[in-house]
Design a binder for this molecule. Structure first.
Ligand SMILES: Nc1ncnc2c1ncn2[C@@H]1O[C@H](COP(=O)(O)OP(=O)(O)O)[C@@H](O)[C@H]1O
Ligand SMILES: [Mg+2]
Length: 721
C-alpha cells in the first residue's frame, strides 16, 4: 500500500502486508467465526459421505479379525511400520462397529494358514513375466537404469512378504497415473530408413549403411549421429546450414540441391530428393516406427475450441482407464499427469512422431491431437494414422496464412479425407456449422458420423437444456445411448459445444455413459481458457488469453451471456506489436464491460504509458485528459455510462479490478491466459495472472476487513482516518 502525493491510497505492487484489520471488521463476521462455519460445513459433508459409504466400509471390515483387547499384544507382530499402524486402525474401527452392532464379532483364529491354501512365496518364472506385463501396462514398471544395484527388489517380491517392502509411495500423486517416463532410443541405417519410408532418392552418395540416431531439420538441434534434412522454409533454406549441422555431428544429409559433402567432417552420406519438405514426415514416421499406428489417435480441427475439446476428450478417455496422451497448443502430455515442458511452437512432423514414439514406449494407448489448419497444410500431420476426426467450427480467422477461405477449409478437411475405413474410422461433426456437410462428405461416405449441435435438434448429440452461470455450466445431453447430466467448470455457451464434441467422441467409441460424464466433469479448467479462479468469493473471476480484438469481443459477449451484474475487464496491448489493434481493443473492452482497467501486457521496450495512450484513443481520450480527471480525484463515467481506469502496473490493475468485484459481478483478466511472464524492456519476468488473481482475492479480503472502500479507483482512505 502506498500513499501517493495526492494523498490517495494506491495498491502497492509489492508484496507488503495490507493494513491490520480491526478485531470486529468484516461485515459482522470475524475471521474466526468464518473458519468455524467452514469447519462445521466440512464436518457435515464428511459425515454425510461417511453414511453413504458405510456399507462399503462394513463389507471391507467384515472379514477382518477383532483386535486383541490388550493393546500391547496388538503391537507385537505389526511392529512400528506403517502397515502395522494401518492394520491396527482397521482393527480398532472394526471394534467400534461391532460395539455399535453393525458387524458381528470375529475373534482371532488360532491357526492362520488354512488347509489347501498355500501362502504364495515365490512366483513361477512365467507368472513373473505375466506380472511384469501387468505392471508395465499399468505404467508401474521402474525404469531399469534407474534401479540401483542393491534395490533389486522388484514389485514382485511384494507379494506375500510385505516386510521386505520399501515404502516410497508418492502420497500427493497416489492414484494419479504419475509414472517414470522413459526416453526411448532409436537407430537404423540410412539404407533401412530409405527402404522403410519408401522415399525414392534422385541420387545417393557415400555410405548409406551409416547408422542414424535421430532426424533434424533445424541445424541448431542437430546431435551427434543425426540425419540432417535440408528443408526449405518461408524465411530460410536449410541448405545454408550444412556446415553447422556437420559441426554438431550430423552423419548424413538429405537435400534437394547438389551440395558438396566432401569437405565436411562427419557427413558420410548424401541423399538427393526432389523435395525435402515433402519427404520429411515419411522419414520421421519410419524412423520412429510409426507409433500412431499402435495407438488410437483423435484429431481435432476447426477455428475455435480445439484445445478445450482436447482436454475434455483426454479427461474422458482417462476416466475410461485409457492412458491418454495429448498434443495441444497449451501442453504436451505423455499420459495422465505426465506433462512435458510447454511447447514453444507447434510441433513439426519430426517432433510429433518423436513424441508419439515416446508415448507409445511409455504405455500410452490413445492420443488426442490438435490438428490446426496451419499444421495440416504444412504436412505436420501427414503420416499420422488418425482414427477419429473431429470438426468444431470454421470462421474467417487465420486468413493471413491461407490465401483464401477455400484453401483454409481444404487444409482443415485434410484430416477428414483420411477417414476411409468404416470399421475403424469415425467422423465427429458440429452440424450447427454451415460447413458441416463439406466435412462429412470428405473421405469415405460409409464411415460412421456422429453429429452434435446446440440448435439443430436432429444431431445425434444435442442438449435438451442447459444453464450457464458465473461458476459452472450445466447441461442435459441427449445421445443415442441415453440422456447425460453434466455439470462443468468450463464456462460459457461455446464450452457447451466443446462438451458436446467430447460426448460425441465418447458415443462414437462406445464409451460407458458414466465414464463420459465423469471424465468431462473432471476437467475443471483448461489453462487460460475462461479459467475460473475460485477462492469462494461471491463474484466470478476468470483469466483468458484473448489478446486480439476478435477474441476479446467474443470473450466479453460470452461472459455477458452468463448474466453477471457487471463485467469488470482488465486488458492491455503488447509493445512493439500491431499498434493498430490498440484503440480497437480499448473500444471493445469499454463497450462491452461496465468497468474497464487498461494496463500493460508485455510492453517490451516501449513506454507503457505510450501504449496506454494509443489504447485511450479508441475511446476518444488522451493520456492528458485522463490525468486531468485524476487531479480532481474523479474519473467521470464515459458517455455510455461505463467506467474507465488505467494503471500501467499490471499487478495494480488486477488488484484494483478484483477489489471492485461485488456479488454477482464477473472480473475478466484478459490477454495472458496460461502464459506466465511479463516482458518489460528486455527483461522477461515471471508473471501469472491466475496467481495474481488469487493473491488479489486474499489481499482485498484483508483490505475490506480494514474498512477500506475499494469500489472506486484509486482507493480512498477509510472514514476514520
Ligand atoms: N466451440 C467453440 N466455439 C467458438 N469459440 C470457442 C469455442 N471453444 C472455445 N472458443 C473460444 O476460443 C478461445 C480459444 O479456445 P481453445 O479451446 O484454445 O481453441 P483453439 O485451440 O481452437 O484455439 C476460447 O477462449 C473461447 O473464447
Ligand atoms: Mg489451441
Amino acid at each position: 500500500m502506498a500513499i501517493g502525493p495526492d494523498g490517495k491510497f494506491y495498491p502497492s505492487p509489492a508484496e507488503d502486508d495490507p493494513p491490520e484489520a480491526p478485531e470486529d471488521a468484516g461485515h459482522g463476521i470475524s475471521k474466526f467465526q468464518q473458519i468455524q462455519r467452514q469447519a462445521a460445513r466440512a464436518r457435515k459433508i464428511q459425515e454425510e459421505q461417511f453414511k453413504k459409504d458405510q456399507a462399503t466400509f462394513l463389507s471391507a471390515l467384515e472379514d477382518v479379525e477383532d483386535a486383541p483387547d490388550n493393546p500391547e499384544d496388538a503391537n507385537e507382530d505389526s511392529g512400528d511400520d506403517l502397515f502395522g499402524d494401518i492394520d491396527k486402525a482397521i482393527a480398532l474401527k472394526r471394534k467400534e462397529f461391532v460395539k455399535q452392532g453393525l458387524l458381528k464379532p470375529n475373534p482371532k483364529k488360532e491357526k492362520v494358514t488354512e488347509v489347501g491354501v498355500e501362502p504364495i512365496e515365490e512366483l513361477l518364472p512365467e507368472e513373473e513375466v505375466d506380472l511384469e506385463e501387468i505392471h508395465e501396462l499399468q505404467g508401474r514398471t521402474a525404469v531399469p537404469n534407474e534401479i540401483n544395484s542393491n534395490d533389486e527388489v522388484s514389485d514382485l517380491n511384494y507379494v506375500g512378504s510385505s516386510s521386505s517392502m520399501s515404502f516410497d509411495l508418492d502420497v500427493d500423486n497416489y492414484g494419479k497415473s504419475k509414472a517414470r517416463i522413459v526416453e526411448p532410443k532409436f537407430k537404423m541405417t540410412l539404407a533401412e530408413l530409405l527402404d522403410e519410408s519408401k522415399v525414392v532418392p534422385v541420387s545417393v552418395y557415400g555410405n548409406i549403411e551409416i547408422e542414424i540416431r535421430g532426424i533434424q531439420h533445424d541445424s541448431r538441434e542437430v546431435n551427434s549421429g543425426d540425419l540432417f534434412v535440408c528443408c526449405v522454409g518461408m524465411k530460410t533454406d536449410g541448405h545454408l546450414y550444412l556446415t553447422e549441422a556437420d559441426k554438431r555431428g550430423a552423419v548424413a544429409v538429405v537435400a534437394s540441391k547438389e551440395i558438396n559433402i566432401d569437405e565436411t567432417l562427419g557427413c558420410k552420406a548424401l541423399v538427393i530428393v526432389e523435395d525435402t519438405n515433402s519427404v520429411l514426415p515419411a522419414l520421421a514416421a519410419s524412423f520412429y516406427r510409426n507409433p500412431s499406428k499402435s495407438m488410437s489417435v483423435i484429431g481435432i480441427t476447426g477455428t475455435n475450441g480445439k484445445t478445450t475439446t482436447s482436454y475434455l476428450i483426454k479427461g474422458m478417455y482417462e476416466a475410461m482407464a485409457l492412458r491418454t496422451g495429448m498434443l495441444s497448443t497449451v501442453a504436451y502430455y505423455i499420459h495422465g499427469d505426465n506433462k512435458l515442458d510447454s511447447p514453444l511452437t507447434t510441433p513439426d512432423s519430426v517432433l510429433v512422431q518423436k513424441l508419439m514414439a515416446k508415448m507409445l514406449h511409455n504405455g500410452t494407448e490413445a492420443v488426442v491431437m490438435e490438428a490446426s489448419s496451419h499444421g495440416l497444410a504444412l504436412g505436420r500431420c501427414d503420416e499420422i494414422d488418425f482414427d477419429i476426426a473431429v470438426f468444431t467450427n470454421l470462421t474467417k480467422d487465420h486468413m493471413d496464412f491461407h490465401s483464401s477461405e477455400e484453401e483454409y477449409r481444404d487444409a482443415k478437411a485434410k484430416l477428414f479425407t483420411r477417414m476411409v475405413d468404416p470399421d475403424r474410422h469415425r467422423k465427429i461433426v458440429n452440424i450447427d456449422d454451415p460447413h458441416a456437410p463439406f466435412f462429412i462428405a470428405q473421405g469415405n461416405p460409409d464411415v460412421p458420423v456422429v453429429t452434435y449441435a446446440i440448435e439443430n435438434k436432429s444431431a445425434d448429440v444435442h442438449p435438451i437444456k442447459f444453464e450457464l452461470s458465473l461458476f459452472e455450466t450445466q447441461v442435459l445431453v441427449n445421445t443415442p445411448q441415453g440422456i447425460l447430466e453434466i455439470s462443468s467448470g468450463l464456462l460459457g455457451k461455446h464450452n457447451i459445444f466443446n462438451i458436446l464434441a467430447a460426448v460425441a467422441v465418447g458415443i462414437a467409441v462406445g464409451a460407458p455413459l458414466e465414464g463420459i460424464v465423469r471424465g468431462i466433469e473432471e476437467v475443471d479448467a483448461v489453462p487460460g481458457r475462461c479459467e475460473l479462479i475460485d477462492e469462494e468469493q461471491a463474484f466470478g473471476v476468470i483469466v483468458d488469453y484473448a489478446h486480439t480484438p476478435d477474441a476479446l469481443s467474443r470473450l466479453l459477449d460470452s461472459v455477458r451471456e452468463l448474466g453477471p451484474r457487471r463485467v469488470i475487464t482488465v486488458i492491455g496491448c503488447g509493445g512493439e506489436r500491431d499498434r493498430g489493434k490498440r484503440p480497437m481493443m480499448a473500444k471493445i473492452a469499454v463497450d462491452k464491460s461496465d468497468v474497464t482497467l487498461l494496463t500493460s501486457d508485455n510492453p517490451r521496450t516501449e513506454d507503457p504509458l505510450d501504449i496506454l495512450d494509443d489504447m485511450l484513443a479508441g475511446v476518444g481520450l488522451t493520456m492528458q485528459d485522463y490525468l486531468k480527471y485524476g487531479e480532481n480525484d474523479y474519473y467521470p463515467p464515459l458517455p455510455n455510462g461505463h467506467r474507465l481506469f488505467l494503471h500501467d502496473i499490471r499487478r495494480v490493475a488486477v488488484r484494483a479490478a478484483v477489489a471492485m468485484g461485488e456479488e454477482g459481478d464477473m472480473v475478466v483478466v484478459a490477454g495472458k491466459g496460461h502464459e506466465t511472464y511479463q516482458i518489460e524492456g528486455d527483461k522477461k519476468e515471471f508473471f501469472d495472472d491466475r496467481e495474481e488473481c488469487r493473491e488479489a482475492l486474499q489481499y482485498v479480503d484483508e483490505l475490506h476487513q480494514a474498512g477500506i472502500d475499494t469500489s472506486e479507483f484509486p482507493w480512498r482512505l477509510p472514514e476514520s482516518h
